[in-house]
Write a protein that binds this ligand. Structure first.
Ligand SMILES: *[C@@H]1O[C@H](CO)[C@@H](O)[C@H](O)[C@H]1NC(C)=O
Ligand SMILES: *[C@@H]1O[C@H](CO)[C@@H](O)[C@H](O)[C@H]1NC(C)=O
Ligand SMILES: *[C@@H]1O[C@H](CO)[C@@H](O)[C@H](O)[C@H]1NC(C)=O
Ligand SMILES: *[C@@H]1O[C@H](CO)[C@@H](O)[C@H](O)[C@H]1NC(C)=O
Ligand SMILES: *[C@@H]1O[C@H](CO)[C@@H](O)[C@H](O)[C@H]1NC(C)=O
Ligand SMILES: *[C@@H]1O[C@H](CO)[C@@H](O)[C@H](O)[C@H]1NC(C)=O
Length: 451
């Protein structure tokens, strides 16, 4: 865990560099994209009465606290936060008041069928579950058909577990499960894609004047009056408090996090009835800086991404262990979403990526370099200790097969592309996110099985 990052990087320098540059920009664009949705929506609804949306309390962007005073809470991180100096990680860990229990294996014994082990079946009668153009909340980052994707095969695949069948998606039944409740997705842009998928899956049966979407903010809320329910998304890419918690502006020189505080986010998510967390890709961009809450002089410690993620997961696990009553709250964790940047991995002697891929990988058990095994093992360890309180939506293997499911060049890009880029589509392909309708809908079908 304490391995220095540059050592790790030299093993795959080119891939790492391409990946880094790419992800930073795509994740950024994603945010503007949501604003775009709201603009489009406002535009479409021109002349119609828009429901008034309750103001959501936001965290302060530039708090006036004085962190040299020992009795005050530490300064809230924002995008202007900097480290006064940086030292190597000391090995320090937060001391939690409620220890997370040792591993309990209750979940394993209840499982009768592994829903995550199976294969993709082409089925154009049951899928897609909705049409791209019918969903007013669709994101321009994920609307691949609208952005010119000619092959629509990616929409027609159904997930078939080996030893059982998935319950068919039933939107009425899903709404009944959500009646009077708050369902909240918490995480990064992959989780936001799953949230948009869920909203698209659910919205069609609610009359337009009985539903609404709040403006883009750290917390964005889809509300269905008809069911007195909300489906919400909280932007929290590192789970813990960080300088990247602004959903629009987070293209930053350094990533600073508080390894001992989830409070900024947990104050928003603690009232939700059903919580769906994810976190992964942001930890793959290189080292992160730790600013402990007790550190008053702005001295940061630098740690590699995996180490940083483990500290963040610990802080989150502590929140779950101390605050979640499984009879009152359901908590899910969605595992790593794979990327497909290196087509050599599934097609030797080909140096492309997900661009122009039209069918899933059929090789059972296929695992590419986009899904980091040490991260998976760390997540396994953290989640095994929470198994009575957290259900795992293990999407990694099934999404690994879906090299065809990414937007590649068929999405909105916010920065203009150079002629050189345009002449080589693989150079700017998005092989991170997932077209909708598509793979993320199936993640939600899995969630539906567990509710
Ligand atoms: C912060 O608080 C300390 C101790 O009360 C005080 O000496 C210092 O002047 C304050 N700094 C600012 C910027 O207010
Ligand atoms: C489904 O796919 C089959 C085989 O490709 C095709 O013959 C059929 O027309 C398709 N049906 C629909 C509804 O798209
Ligand atoms: C999508 O649109 C097509 C053509 O308009 C229609 O036949 C089909 O039923 C729609 N599918 C869904 C899931 O709404
Ligand atoms: C969907 O669920 C509702 C409510 O549980 C039920 O009445 C209906 O029959 C279901 N529809 C299908 C197609 O199974
Ligand atoms: C709506 O749901 C909230 C919980 O999310 C509950 O407190 C409230 O009483 C419900 N309102 C109605 C009219 O059912
Ligand atoms: C998810 O599934 C993979 C196999 O596909 C397995 O190695 C891993 O342990 C699982 N993770 C969790 C948290 O269940």
């Amino acid at each position: 865990m304490m391995q220095r990052c540059h050592k790790k990087k030299t093993q795959v320098p080119l891939i790492a560099l391409i990946f880094f540059v790419f992800i930073v920009s795509t994740i950024l664009y994603n945010e503007r994209n949501i604003q775009q949705i709201h603009q489009d929506q406002a535009h479409n609804d021109d002349g119609h009465h828009q429901p008034i949306i309750k103001q959501i309390p936001l965290y302060k962007l530039s708090p006036p606290q004085n962190n040299t005073h020992p009795n005050r809470s530490p300064v809230v991180l924002d995008r202007y936060s900097t480290c006064k100096s940086t030292v190597e990680y000391s090995g320090r860990r937060a001391e939690w008041d409620v220890p997370v229990p040792e591993s309990d294996n209750r979940r394993a014994s209840l499982e009768t069928c592994d829903l995550f082990s199976g294969k993709w079946v082409f089925d154009n009668t049951s899928h897609p579950l909705y049409n791209e153009s019918d969903c007013p909340y669709m994101s321009d980052q994920l609307a691949c058909h609208k952005h010119g994707r000619p092959d629509l095969g990616y929409q027609f695949w159904r997930w078939q577990p080996h030893n059982c069948n998935l319950k068919r998606w039933n939107v009425t039944e899903m709404w009944e499960k959500l009646r009077g409740k708050r369902l909240m997705f918490v995480g990064d842009s992959l989780n936001r894609g799953q949230w948009i998928s869920m909203v698209c899956l659910l919205q069609s049966v609610v009359p337009a004047d009985k539903r609404s979407m709040s403006p883009n903010a750290p917390l964005t809320i889809f509300r269905a009056e008809l069911y007195n329910a909300t489906v919400e998304f909280l932007w929290a890419p590192l789970i813990v408090e960080s300088n990247s918690d602004d959903p629009v502006n987070h293209r930053l020189e350094e990533r600073i996090m508080r390894p001992d505080s989830v409070l900024r986010h947990s104050s928003q998510w603690e009232h939700a009835d059903i919580l769906v967390f994810n976190s992964y890709l942001w930890w793959r961009q290189g080292p992160v800086k730790l600013l402990w809450s007790t550190e008053e002089n702005g001295v940061c410690e630098e740690i590699n991404g995996l180490g940083g993620m483990e500290l963040a997961m610990d802080a989150w696990a502590n929140w779950v262990a101390s605050k979640v009553d499984p009879l009152k709250k359901r908590v899910f964790f969605v595992t790593m979403s794979p990327t497909h940047f290196t087509s050599q991995e599934w097609k030797p002697e080909n140096d492309g990526n997900c661009y122009n891929e039209k069918t899933p990988i059929e090789d059972e058990g296929y695992w590419g370099s986009g899904s980091d095994l040490p991260t998976m093992r760390m997540i396994d360890r953290v989640l095994s200790r929470l198994s009575s309180k957290v259900s795992v939506v293990n999407i990694t293997q099934l999404s690994e097969y879906r090299k065809d499911g990414h937007p590649s060049i068929y999405r909105k890009f916010w920065e203009s592309l150079s002629p050189k880029q345009l002449s080589d589509p693989t150079s700017y392909s998005d092989c991170i996110h997932w077209c909708l309708p598509g793979v993320s809908d199936v993640w939600n079908e899995l969630l539906f099985q567990f509710l």
